[in-house]
Design a protein around this ligand. Structure first.
Ligand SMILES: Nc1nc2c(ncn2[C@@H]2O[C@H](COP(=O)(O)OP(=O)(O)OP(=O)(O)O)[C@@H](O)[C@H]2O)c(=O)[nH]1
Ligand SMILES: [Mg+2]
Length: 283
């Protein structure tokens, strides 16, 4: 995998999605007020998966920055896009809300990326175990040997909080060809989540790098022909509905928060909370 060499088409078209750029405060309040209705849960668990280096860890940092109103750098990210995944441990990221011990009721797991070539990325079976809550906190994924019930890292009786409530597939707008193998693996993981009834969302990152007009002005995002096509193509390939695919620009080079970046991140976060809440209420 690698970033595409020639920049894609930056042509703008008529807006293809409506977005409420001025509603950040309302959205933020919604997130801040959220509490799972089902008392068996303390949080919604969100599992992020997708190819190496697409911005999974950076997305968690971006969510944290938006809800806390200040730049966060909690989930370690790699400074350059590596072929070999940087995130290897199954770690839960929580976001602090108030004082010590007060966290938002949504948590993220950012698992080792899918990689080209066999025996390199996280094993598909391990992702399925994670969906069901069987992977212990701190478990270090081993690409050549998936987790088994006799291993120390295996949780035999997961609690409702251990289970995954929303699966988020992350992919990058700045990658030409994802590779048939990676796409196939992603479809299989999605299928496994569907079989468990777990709702799914996709996040398209790096829209700034992929479209010049969007890079200049993020509010052009929903007029970008290229981004629209990237979403339609992925929807066809993976079977994820178009309205469940959200383009974002992550916080990576900024030192200050930006309203447009916040709007896009809050749109995904709101969908994550709504989908997760609905699913948790069925359990
Ligand atoms: N321009 C731009 N860069 C981004 C964006 N999101 C992530 N990046 C950069 O992409 C690189 C990889 O990001 P990570 O968050 O480490 O990617 P990852 O998916 O967690 O990677 P693995 O853990 O290795 O699988 C970093 O240098 C980020 O700064 C984005 O929306 N726009
Ligand atoms: Mg990562």
């Amino acid at each position: 995998m690698g970033d595409s060499e020639s920049r894609p088409d930056s042509t703008l078209c008529t807006p293809w999605r409506r977005v409420e750029w001025e509603e950040n405060q309302r959205y933020l309040q919604y997130v801040k007020n959220y509490k799972p209705e089902n008392e068996a849960f303390t949080h919604i668990r969100v599992l992020l998966y997708g190819p190496v280096g697409v911005g999974k860890s950076t997305f968690i940092n971006s969510v944290s920055s938006v809800v806390r109103g200040k730049m966060a750098n909690q989930a370690l990210t790699s400074a350059r896009t590596a072929e070999v995944s940087f995130t290897r441990t199954f770690k839960t990221y929580t976001i602090q809300r108030g004082g010590k011990g007060d966290f938002y009721p949504f948590v993220f797991n950012d698992i080792m990326g899918l990689e080209k070539g066999k025996d390199r990325g996280v094993h598909e079976n391990d992702i399925i175990l994670a969906l069901k809550g069987h992977v212990m906190e701190g478990y270090k994924f081993n690409p050549v040997s998936p987790l088994t019930p006799s291993d120390h890292g295996y949780v035999s009786e997961p609690s409702p909080d251990d289970r995954v409530h929303v699966l988020v597939c992350v992919y990058s707008a700045n990658v030409g060809d994802m590779g048939a193998g990676v796409l196939q693996e992603m479809r299989e993981i999605r299928k496994a989540a569907s079989d468990l009834g777990i709702p799914q969302i996709a996040v398209l990152t790096k829209i700034d790098e992929a479209c010049g007009e969007t890079e200049k002005d993020l509010s052009n995002i929903f007029k970008s022909k290229y981004v629209k096509e990237k979403i339609e193509e992925f929807s066809r390939n993976q079977g994820i509905p178009i309205n469940c695919i959200f383009p974002v620009k992550n916080y990576c080079t900024e030192t200050l928060l930006d309203d447009h970046v916040d709007t896009l991140i809050l749109s995904v976060l709101r969908a994550i909370i709504d989908f997760g809440e609905d699913f948790a209420n069925t359990l």
